[in-house]
Design a protein around this ligand. Structure first.
Ligand code: SF4
Ligand code: F3S
Ligand code: FES
Length: 259
């Protein structure tokens, strides 16, 4: 006996592979809200037909449209795997990442409507100006502010201390939360939920000493008190962060005057 496969073995393997059913493709109607600032006064929906598989994502549909039908379609994406946060958009009215939204999770018998996220200045098609969003994030001082002189070894933290802010470390700055918040839509003074999550990540970090400065920022008229506990932000977050709870913890810290 040898380990070498016989011609019969190979033929049998080939037959087995041939019997594997090919996944079926289907045609999906995708309606994309378009806007070109050089020619359009208003946005409008444009319809495309795209051949898709159940495991394709909305990002794949947008790529097919751009590469095969209309190269002028504009949208942001980078990693393609839910990490970089650059492709948040409204899909059938809900904020989602296009790279994490599978065809099989949508009703593909109806048109899939893809639009830019709301509440930030529209630049082109699915691209918005993210600067107001990042400006709010910068306001809360999103970096570690340790006290004392530089230690000779790493700053030790217990698992319990880490658990206090673990959830808010998962933020990928996609803006799905802030641009789903009705207060943010109607009141461009509000920092929005992401900035509060970004502050929470450091306020409750036992190695940090900047909580008072951040709480002062969030106690301002643009801060946490504008939140009406609508929960849209928590529902929209692709990382599953309990945003409304983080906001409540920041409010409690302000009321009690301690972390
Ligand atoms: Fe995106 Fe969630 Fe971070 Fe908001 S909290 S920016 S939804 S990852
Ligand atoms: Fe807005 Fe979230 Fe509060 S949607 S109102 S920030 S709970
Ligand atoms: Fe990076 Fe979707 S492309 S999160």
């Amino acid at each position: 006996m040898t380990d070498t496969a016989t011609t019969e073995d190979l033929a049998e393997t080939a037959n087995t592979i041939d019997e594997t059913p090919m996944p079926e493709s289907f045609t999906v109607t995708v309606q994309v809200r378009r806007f070109n600032p050089e020619v359009d006064q208003e946005t409008y929906l444009q319809e495309f037909q795209v051949e898709m598989y159940a495991t394709d994502r909305v990002l794949d549909a947008l790529h097919k449209i751009k590469w095969e039908q209309d190269g002028s379609l504009s949208f942001r994406r980078s990693c393609g795997h839910g990490i970089c946060g650059s492709d948040a958009m409204r899909i059938n009215g809900l904020n989602r990442l296009a790279c994490k939204t599978l065809m099989k999770d949508l009703d593909v018998t109806k048109p899939i409507i893809v639009e830019a996220i709301k509440g930030l200045p529209l630049e082109k098609d699915l691209i918005v100006d993210m600067e107001p969003f990042f400006a709010a994030y910068r306001e809360v001082l999103p970096f570690l502010m340790p006290s004392g002189s530089e230690p000779e070894r790493e700053r030790i933290q217990s698992p319990e201390d880490r658990a206090r802010f673990d959830d808010s470390t998962k933020c990928i700055l996609c803006a799905a939360c802030t641009t789903s918040c009705p207060v943010f839509w109607t009141d461009n003074q509000y920092f929005g939920p992401q900035a509060i999550v970004g502050a929470h990540r450091f306020i409750f970090d036992s190695r940090d000493s900047g909580a008072a400065s951040r709480l002062e920022v969030l106690n301002s008229k643009e801060g946490v008190w504008r939140c009406r506990t609508t929960f849209n932000c928590t529902d929209a977050c692709p990382r599953g962060i309990q945003i409304t709870q983080a906001i409540a913890e920041v409010k409690q810290a302000l009321i009690r005057g301690k972390i």
